[in-house]
Ligand binder design. Structure first.
Ligand code: PUT
Length: 276
C-alpha cells in the first residue's frame, strides 16, 4: 500500500500518528522545514518543522477560536494585526466581521503563504481581500516598531521553538501592549496544558503583569498535541466575560457560537490552577 505513517512526536515518549497518502510539497525554507501532505483522515495538512499547523478537516476550530472571542468583545475592532497565520485561516474568520476596516498579516515565511494558497485554498481564501494587507516580515520587529496602532492583535504562531520562540517572551507581550491603542486587546495561541503546563503558567503570569484583564480559554483540536488547546487573551479595558450572549452575532461558524463565547472560558480544574 502506498503512503506512510507520519508521527508528530509531542514529547520524547508520546506522539500522534496518522496515515499520509502522499507528500504534495517539501522544502527547507529560510526559516523552517515545510511539508504539505495529503492525509487519509484530515485532508491536506501543513507541517512546519514536523509539527501539525493545520489540516483541512479540523482547521475551523483553531481559526474560529483565535478570531471570534476577541472580535466579539472589542466594540470597534477597526484595525487588526495578525502575527504569523500565513495559512490565512484566522484572516478568513476576521473577514466575517464588517467592523474590521483593515487587517494586516505579518508572517516571516512567504513560503507558508504560497503553499497554503496552492494546497489549502479554502483556508487561504481571504488573503487577497482588499481589506487585507499581507507583509512577509518579522512579526516580532513589526510589533516593536508599531506604537498605538491596533485595536486587536492576534498571535497565530507555531509552537515555542524555532522562529516562534521569541513570541512567547515577556518582552513580546510588552511590545504588544505598546502596539495596541488605549483600549486594545490581544490573543495568542498558548499550546496545551498536558505537555506545556510550565509555558502556560509563565505566559499567563507575564500577561497578567502587563494587562489589567487576562483570560485563558480552551478548544478541542484533534490534530494538535493532546487535543486540548489554550488561548491567552490580554486586554486594556474590555472583558470577554462581560459581553452579553444575546448581543453576540450568530456568525457562519462551525465551532464558535454565542453560548460558547462564555463556555470556552470555563476551565478544567487542572488548567485553572495553571493560570491563577
Ligand atoms: N498556529 C497553529 C498552532 C500549531 C499547533 N501545532
Amino acid at each position: 500500500m502506498a503512503g506512510f505513517w507520519f508521527t508528530e512526536k509531542q514529547t520524547d515518549h508520546f506522539g500522534i500518528t496518522m496515515r499520509v497518502n502522499q507528500t504534495l510539497h517539501t522544502e527547507q525554507t529560510d526559516f523552517q522545514k515545510l511539508d504539505m501532505v495529503e492525509t487519509e483522515e484530515f485532508g491536506n495538512m501543513l507541517l512546519l518543522d514536523g509539527m501539525v499547523m493545520t489540516t483541512q478537516v479540523d482547521e475551523f476550530v483553531y481559526h474560529e477560536m483565535v478570531a471570534h472571542p476577541i472580535l466579539n468583545t472589542h466594540p470597534n475592532p477597526e484595525a487588526v494585526l495578525v502575527v504569523g497565520g500565513g495559512d490565512g485561516g484566522v484572516l478568513r474568520e476576521i473577514m466575517k466581521h464588517d467592523k474590521v476596516e483593515k487587517a494586516v498579516l505579518v508572517d516571516i515565511d512567504g513560503k507558508v503563504i504560497e503553499y497554503s494558497k496552492k494546497y489549502l485554498p479554502e483556508i487561504a481564501c481571504e488573503l487577497d481581500n482588499p481589506r487585507v494587507e499581507v507583509k512577509v516580515d518579522d512579526g516580532f520587529m513589526h510589533i516593536i516598531n508599531s506604537k498605538d496602532m491596533y485595536d486587536v492583535i492576534m498571535v497565530d504562531s507555531t509552537e515555542p521553538v524555532g522562529p516562534a520562540a521569541p513570541l512567547f517572551e515577556r518582552g513580546f507581550y510588552q511590545g504588544i501592549y505598546e502596539a495596541l491603542k488605549e483600549d486594545g486587546m490581544f490573543v495568542a495561541q498558548t499550546d496545551n496544558p498536558w505537555f506545556k503546563a510550565d509555558l502556560i503558567q509563565k505566559v499567563s503570569r507575564d500577561v497578567r503583569e502587563i494587562f489589567p484583564v487576562t483570560r485563558t480559554y480552551i478548544a478541542n483540536i484533534p490534530t494538535y498535541p493532546s487535543g486540548m488547546w489554550t488561548f491567552t487573551l490580554g486586554s486594556k479595558k474590555y472583558d470577554p466575560l462581560a459581553v452579553k450572549v444575546e448581543e453576540i452575532p450568530d456568525l457562519p461558524t462551525k465551532y464558535y457560537s454565542p453560548e460558547l463565547h462564555h463556555a470556552c472560558f470555563v476551565l478544567p480544574k487542572f488548567v485553572k490552577a495553571l493560570v491563577e
